[in-house]
Design a protein around this ligand. Structure first.
Ligand code: SF4
Length: 314
């Protein structure tokens, strides 16, 4: 991936992206903060008479209602920061999204996007993929890793689509999870993005961030999904998932979260887990926020960054 800084960041229209590059006006640890024109007070803060006072540890744990309000505020903030949030897998139809999501296990969306053009050129339909020569199929998806198991899943789910669903991807969770290699996460991705059925995608980023934000303490993805589903209306589920995953990939990384430039730091109980120095934190930003190419070779028109390079080009 190129280290070259892009001018795309400077072209981003939303003030939130500027804010992302500048960092939070007041970190959670230092007092109350203005967010999006609203006054946000973190669980550890006190606000009075417009004056900023040092953060205090809350005398009582945050109530469930306060957590829900804070969670919804984080979602609103993320919507302003990432108005262009989207699935980061390239696809043109439900079958391509299903295949790409299966391939995305244990690898990056970028690597999947660099692999699928040749795959879909060779096997554009479930019928084609079900009839594929196993070795050729394995070879085409080899760059995504675990290619033998993934090839078995793709052949199996394609045969099932052909034999049980008339060659169409079903739009019901109960049907999708019966397909070989398709779990609840994959099914929710397909439902939310190919069928417009609200779904929460609990991947590694989503789970990490919602635990940092104290929306849940659960580790099991199904329980995480249930806890988060109880906080937000269904209509928010799909876009919430994209926003949280975008933030996890760009700012709130597993090892070194860029707390010093995180626009939602005032709302985050985990502020300080990562780099708090704004200059150092800025260098940790990824994709369009860091001036790098994105993950999609064919990003949506409103994506403010650069497209990803094809396989072998970078
Ligand atoms: S841990 Fe740091 S980077 Fe992550 S959301 Fe909280 S303040 Fe932002």
């Amino acid at each position: 991936m190129s280290e070259e800084k892009s001018s795309a960041v400077g072209e981003q229209p939303a003030r939130r992206r500027k804010k992302a590059a500048e960092g939070p006006s007041r970190p959670a640890a230092s007092g109350s903060a203005r967010t999006g024109g609203r006054t946000a007070v973190t669980p550890g803060e006190t606000e009075a008479s417009g004056a900023t006072r040092p953060a205090k540890r809350p005398a009582k744990p945050e109530s469930h209602l306060a957590m829900v309000r804070r969670a919804r505020r984080i979602n609103r903030e993320l919507a302003e920061i990432y108005p262009y949030a989207h699935p980061e897998l390239d696809f043109r139809n439900p079958f391509e999204l299903l295949v790409a999501t299966v391939l995305s296990a244990q690898t990056t969306d970028l690597r999947v996007n660099q692999t699928t053009p040749a795959l879909f050129a060779a096997y554009p339909t479930p019928e084609d993929m079900a009839a594929a020569d196993p070795e050729k199929l394995e070879e085409l998806i080899r760059p995504t890793g675990f290619f033998r198991a993934k090839a078995r899943s793709l052949a199996g789910l394609s045969a099932s689509l052909r034999d049980d669903f008339g060659g169409e991807v079903p739009g019901r969770l109960a049907d999708l999870v019966k397909l070989p290699g398709v779990g609840r996460k994959t099914a929710n991705v397909v439902l939310g993005n190919a069928f417009g059925v609200p779904g929460i995608t609990v991947d590694t980023h989503f789970g990490r961030l919602v635990r940092r934000w104290k929306w849940t303490e659960q580790e099991d993805p199904v329980k995480v999904e249930a806890d988060v589903a109880a906080i937000f209306p269904k209509s928010e589920w799909t876009m919430l998932s994209h926003r949280v995953i975008f933030h996890g990939r760009r700012v709130c990384h597993a090892r070194k979260p860029a707390c010093g430039v995180c626009p939602i730091a005032p709302l985050c109980p985990a502020y300080g887990e990562g780099e708090t120095d704004p200059e150092k934190a800025k260098k940790l930003l990824k994709y369009e926020l860091g001036g790098y190419p994105g993950q999609r070779l064919s990003p949506p028109p409103d994506y403010p960054g650069r497209p990803a390079p094809p396989l072998g080009a970078g």
